[in-house]
Design a protein around this ligand. Structure first.
Ligand code: FES
Ligand SMILES: [Fe+2]
Length: 448
């Protein structure tokens, strides 16, 4: 797609986005070619495949992928497509195996991807070099604090370079609540469901669309926070109430919403009716402060790692993937995280909180599914498509070179979305990695 065409679709400088990018099939196909074959994509959590031979079925864009642990314990990922006629060689969501045997004609592939079984080879394929017909493996794979990411592009920069300044915010989600690096595990079982929406709408929502809080008014009135038993109102406990919220965009198209606590902030006591849980969180708070010092003031809220992986960093704590099915259909995956060594009382309390908040039956998530559903439908009609969407919120209210890396806003803004779609345009143009990861170009909305 040429720069001129892209320029007509996304105009981040003026905060205008053409509605057709949320519904048109040809644009969707182009996204698969230019974004999902190149960008680093989240494909699973290592706690889903703890033992050699463990596997899960996952996805990269529209294509099915197997994530497994080989005999040596190494994490590997392959296109779930037989080299013979493309049948899926693995039809299960998860399991443990020595070999992936294709159900069609029974070619078999080892955990290292190699073609190990070729029925009637001597008669039908004499002299065939089986090593040339292994499963197609991802070009690069990174296990970052238990979260597993992959790209099909051998020229893509290393994962941490790709993340850039978004790393310290993603860390806040992946790290143990006591501040130790990593130390989280996924709750067994991934919430998966399909929503009639374009994949970019939830992705941009998690860039920090705090403006949409009003659509969760009813659930806020009910009050479903983790310690709701103490009468807490809202969807969460009060841990961020006294914090300075920040919305930050980074080179690469990532955007986060985090919060900085005041230096003299007091610990918010919670869970008084459950001493084990109360003690655990108080201990984690104090330990985190001891380990991280002043850095412990920064707390996560939400963020999106370009293109389609988001996180909920605090309450609830989850990795969210927006798998594209088609221009108007997205398969949502939610992998809930918990400190691996937390007491079972904490895990049980969180498990219940996660279910009442998120997922297809979650009270908060239901509001958003409705929003994304109708927003997609509202981008489809021939009259509607004559009029762009407005992304002009807080234009110009951005600081750079401040204490935090990235383009920082201290009021609710759509700046992260403007930068996200600017990067979307660069991918669609086929920009090289140098341009994709260069510092965000100052625009008409440049730093004050
Ligand atoms: S399609 Fe897999 S063996 Fe034929
Ligand atoms: Fe929401």
């Amino acid at each position: 797609m040429c720069a001129e065409t892209v320029g007509k679709l996304v105009d981040p400088e003026n905060g205008l986005i053409d509605r057709s990018i949320f519904t048109k099939r040809d644009i969707f196909e182009q996204e698969q070619e230019t974004i999902f074959t190149r960008a680093w994509l989240f494909i699973g959590h290592e706690s889903q495949i703890p033992e050699p031979g463990d596997f899960i079925s996952t996805r990269m864009g529209t294509e099915p992928v197997i994530l497994c642990r080989d005999r040596e314990g190494k994490v590997r990922a392959y296109l779930n497509s037989c080299r013979h006629r493309g049948m899926k060689v693995c039809l299960y969501d998860e399991g443990n195996t020595n070999v992936f045997t294709c159900p069609y004609h029974a070619w078999s592939f080892g955990l290292d991807g190699s073609l190990v079984g070729l029925p009637q080879q001597e008669k039908l394929y004499p002299g065939m070099d089986k090593s040339a017909w292994s499963l197609i493996e991802v070009a690069q794979l990174e296990n970052y604090k238990g979260s597993i990411w992959a790209t099909w592009d051998k020229d893509a920069p290393p994962f941490l370079s790709y993340l850039g300044g978004a790393k310290e915010h993603l860390d806040l989600t992946l790290d143990h609540r006591d501040g130790s690096p990593g130390g989280s595990e996924a709750f067994v079982g991934v919430h998966k469901w399909v929503v009639p929406c374009n994949w970019k709408l939830p992705s941009e929502n998690f860039l920090g669309d705090t403006y949409h809080n009003i659509s969760h008014r009813s659930v806020d009135l009910v009050g479903i926070g983790p310690s709701a038993a103490q009468g807490t109102k809202g969807r969460r406990d009060a841990e961020l109430d006294d914090a300075q919220h920040v919305w930050i965009s980074f080179p690469g198209g990532h955007g986060v919403h985090s919060a900085m606590k005041p230096a003299d902030a007091e610990y918010h006591e919670a869970f008084q009716d459950n001493p084990i849980v109360a003690d655990y969180y108080r201990h984690c708070y104090e330990e985190r402060k001891r380990q991280l010092g002043d850095k412990s003031r920064l707390l996560p809220f939400v963020g999106t790692i370009f293109p389609n992986t988001s996180y909920h960093g605090g309450q609830p704590r989850a990795l969210c993937v927006w798998h594209p099915h088609g221009p108007e259909e997205t398969e949502i995956w939610r992998i809930f995280l918990v400190d691996a060594n937390a007491p079972k009382e904490v895990k049980e309390l969180l498990r219940r909180y996660y279910m009442r908040y998120s997922g297809p039956a979650g009270m908060t998530e239901q509001d958003d599914m409705e929003n994304w559903n109708y927003a997609t439908a509202g981008a489809r009609g021939p009259i509607a498509r004559r009029h762009p969407f407005n992304y002009q919120q807080s234009i110009g209210k951005v600081e750079t070179g401040a204490a935090m890396a990235g383009r920082v806003a201290t009021q609710v803004t759509e700046e992260n979305a403007r930068q996200y779609y600017r990067h979307w345009g660069l991918y669609m143009e086929g920009a090289d990695w140098g341009r994709l990861l260069q510092d965000n170009t100052p625009s008409a909305e440049a730093a004050e």
